[in-house]
Every structure is written in C-alpha cells, then in structure tokens.
Design a protein around this ligand. Structure first.
Ligand code: ARG
Length: 278
C-alpha cells in the first residue's frame, strides 16, 4: 500500500438530492432489483435523510428537487444531469420507466437560471456514467449511456472525455465500479472493466486504490468524496481501511433500502460544480 500521505483538504460542495417519497421497486432494470421483494419506503426516506443531514453537518450545501409520483427511481439524482462550471447537460434515460425524470431536471436547472442547460440527443445517464476527475471526464458505456453521447458531452461541457467500457451487468453504471477521490485520484473495481479500459485506467491512475469484490458488491464504490471525507456504504469495511491508510476519512452510511433498487450514496447525489476563477 502506498505510503504517500498527501495532506487532505475538504472543500465545500453543492449537491442536489431528491427525497425518496415515491421510492419503490416496481420494475427490474438492473440485476439488483427484484419487484417481489418488499420495500419499506419510510425506512428509505429515513436513511436518505441521514445522508442529507451528514452532508449538511460537514458543511456542504444540499438543494432538493421535488420527487414526482410514479417515478420510483427519481431518488437517484446523480442520473439527472452533469454539471461543470454551471453548464448543465441533462440526462436522457435508457429505459422508458425513467424517461420522465429528464424534463424534471431540465426544468429545475432552467428555473434556477443556469445559463446553459443542454438537452441530450443521445442516451446518457449523467453522473451514473460520467465522473469528473479534475479537468477530465471519465465516461462509462456498455449498459446505459450510448457511446455516441461521449462526444456530445465533450462539446456541451468543454472537457476532454475518456471512454471506459463496462462489462459486468451488476456494475451497470460507472459510479458502481469507480469513484473519484480528488482531482487526481480514483478507486475502482478492476473486473468491471474491459481489458482495454483497464489498461487506460492503469495508465491514467497508476496509484488508484484497487477495490476487491467484497467491497464492490456492497456498493462500496458508490461513494462521494469532498477531498477529505469519503461517504460510502458502511458495509464496505475493507475499503474504509484502505481509504484511511491513504489519509482519507471514511464516513459509513446505511442506505440498505435504496440498495434494493441498485443504488447507494453516489447515486443519491448530483454534484453541482460552479465556475471558479483559476
Ligand atoms: N434503479 C436505478 C436504475 O437502474 C438505479 C440507479 C442508480 N444510480 C446510479 N447513479 N448508479 O436506473
């Protein structure tokens, strides 16, 4: 394990979340979802609210978008839009069941006066598949986001995009297989990527934290970092220890109800990145 202990510094973040008022598992669009299994919506709300309060306690800003009845997956706000320097590229969902979430996000950003709110031509599930690392965007494809969306993303947000191919249906979004820790650091589960994409990741991030299956399958990689704290499922204990050894402060969160839909911490968190003078 790396001994390098760069001093870690948290920076205040701006997140957009959606209360799981209408959360349920009524269809199956990923291998984690089983509509036969009962869901406790009140518990989901309580767990989600725990994450929201944690963000506030740590000094972050949390905005809320109104949940829409009949859209049980809308709690996964990471899928709504990608925002860089206040430029917004709204999602276009792969499955009909989630399609109506996109206009809700479009309206939210437009109403708030964001100057550039782009509608997408190609299917992209936003921060589910798009991860901003410094001034690069890692873009997943294979299950949801159309590879043609990557060029559209580059054009809309003005950052270079690196395509990564996902190969395991359990890790259907990039944010289930890789997490951003800082402007230069990531952690990922190698077996979720094609050999070529793995080679790309190794070249770009030789010091990345390798995550094993045990932590990946409890959604340990569905994590949010503020540069110091890393909010992640509390069951990913091996990963928490790896993070501590790199100077991060893991903060365990229980979102077990939301896991029934195949989502956790990162899925519930859309980051709004503001323009700041260099
Ligand atoms: N049930 C949702 C779906 O399959 C879960 C989305 C999780 N979101 C994420 N960013 N990975 O679309």
């Amino acid at each position: 394990m790396s001994q390098s202990q760069a001093p870690r510094k948290a920076t205040p973040r701006h997140y957009l979340m959606c209360r799981p008022t209408f959360f349920d598992v009524t269809y199956a669009i990923n291998p984690w979802m089983n509509p036969e299994k009962p869901v406790d919506t009140d518990l989901a709300i309580e767990q989600w609210d725990g994450l929201r309060r944690l963000y506030l306690e740590y000094g972050h800003t949390v905005d809320l978008i109104d949940p829409v009845e009949g859209l049980p997956d809308m709690v996964f706000s990471a899928n709504g839009a990608t925002v860089v320097d206040d430029r917004v590229l709204v999602a276009r969902f792969h499955h009909a069941e989630r399609a109506a979430e996109a206009p809700a996000y479009h309206e939210w950003f437009t109403r708030r006066g964001y100057p550039e709110v782009h509608s997408a031509e190609y299917v992209n599930e936003a921060e589910g598949d798009y991860m901003v690392v410094g001034d690069t965007i890692l873009a997943g494809t294979g299950f949801r986001t159309d590879p043609r969306a990557h060029a559209e993303l580059e054009k809309a947000l003005g950052l270079p995009v690196v395509t990564l191919n996902l190969v395991d249906p359990r890790y259907y979004h990039l944010d289930t297989a890789l997490a951003v820790l800082s402007d230069t650091e990531v952690m990922y589960y190698p077996a979720a990527f094609s050999p070529e994409s793995l080679a790309t990741l190794r070249e770009l991030y030789p010091d990345a934290i390798p995550v094993d299956e045990e932590d990946a399958e409890v959604f340990g990689l569905n994590a949010v970092s503020d540069g110091l704290r890393v909010f992640l499922p509390e069951t990913a204990t091996g990963l928490a220890a790896q993070l501590r050894s790199r100077g991060f402060e893991p903060v365990g969160v229980d979102l077990s109800e939301l896991l029934k839909a195949g989502g956790s911490v990162k899925c519930c968190t859309l980051e709004i990145r503001h323009w700041t003078a260099a």
